[in-house]
Design a protein around this ligand. Structure first.
Ligand SMILES: Nc1ncnc2c1ncn2[C@@H]1O[C@H](COP(=O)(O)OP(=O)(O)OP(=O)(O)O)[C@@H](O)[C@H]1O
Ligand SMILES: [Mg+2]
Length: 236
């Protein structure tokens, strides 16, 4: 796998003054000026109450929502000013996103779901087969390779989604409540896997969660309250 040409600077994400106002149904400022930084290899948990703006912040950081004000640089490039094509390339090579409800393609097997980004990128199966096998072993889903998502447990499906998110060797993965749809046992398994991924493979993670216990798996917790970072409790 090719390296992602990181700059010498170890900061991979730097967001400044993020504000977000939704116009409908009535204009409401949801994010009220957030600075956010992620260094290479960090695991940052974003913790906060329902409605505090966690997902909105994550979407702004990942370029899925445009902030009303502020800048977001990933690996030194301002993603708020990118064209769709530039953004698509960034998404494949630098960072990926894992949703709460895993978003697997229902009529593809788990293996086919995992290789989807590589297949869409036009890569030949022979060039990645071994590597994908290694990732699926690593996430303990090899025995599910030929199963459809609906034949798997929630935890297995989420691990397939995580495998799909890391096959392109990203430096940074965003996760919106990756354990939100799982019972506590399955949730814990996914958290252990994420911690291992961060520690052993040095993938930086930015994870939104409701769960203080799951936030403890991270190397740093950022608390969001009423659209702002709550510095009074933020641990570094
Ligand atoms: N596209 C949108 N249009 C209008 N309002 C929105 C939109 N997306 C989110 N909001 C509002 O912004 C606020 C924050 O939503 P957000 O989804 O960021 O919260 P959250 O902290 O992720 O909550 P939860 O923990 O329940 O997922 C909510 O009041 C929500 O209704
Ligand atoms: Mg949310």
């Amino acid at each position: 796998m090719e390296d992602n040409n990181l700059q010498e600077n170890k900061t991979i994400l730097l967001a400044k003054g993020i504000k977000k106002t939704f116009e409908k149904p009535v204009p409401t400022e949801i994010l009220k000026g957030i600075d956010f930084r992620v260094d290479e290899g960090e695991f940052v948990a974003i913790l906060g109450e329902s409605g505090s703006g966690k997902s909105t912040l994550l979407y702004c950081l990942a370029g899925m929502e445009s902030p009303t004000e502020g800048s977001v640089e990933i690996c030194g490039k301002d993603i708020t000013k990118m064209t769709d094509d530039e953004m698509a390339k960034m998404r494949r090579t630098y960072f990926t996103f894992v949703y709460q409800f895993h978003n697997l393609v229902p009529n593809l097997t788990c293996y086919e779901n995992v290789i989807l980004p590589l297949a869409l990128d036009g890569q030949k199966e022979s060039s990645y087969k071994e590597y994908v096998q290694e990732i699926m072993d690593y996430l303990n889903i090899t025995k599910r390779a030929n199963s459809l998502p609906r034949e798997c447990s929630g935890g297995e499906q989420q691990r397939v989604a995580i495998a799909r998110a890391i096959v392109c060797n990203p430096k940074l993965v965003f996760l919106d409540e990756p354990t939100g749809a799982l019972d506590s046992q399955r949730g814990q398994e996914v958290m252990e896997m994420l911690k291992k991924l961060n520690e052993e493979r040095k993938v930086a993670l930015v994870m939104v969660t409701h769960s203080p216990a799951h936030a403890e798996y991270a190397t740093r917790i950022v608390r969001v309250k009423d659209g702002k970072v709550d510095d009074s409790e933020t641990s570094v």
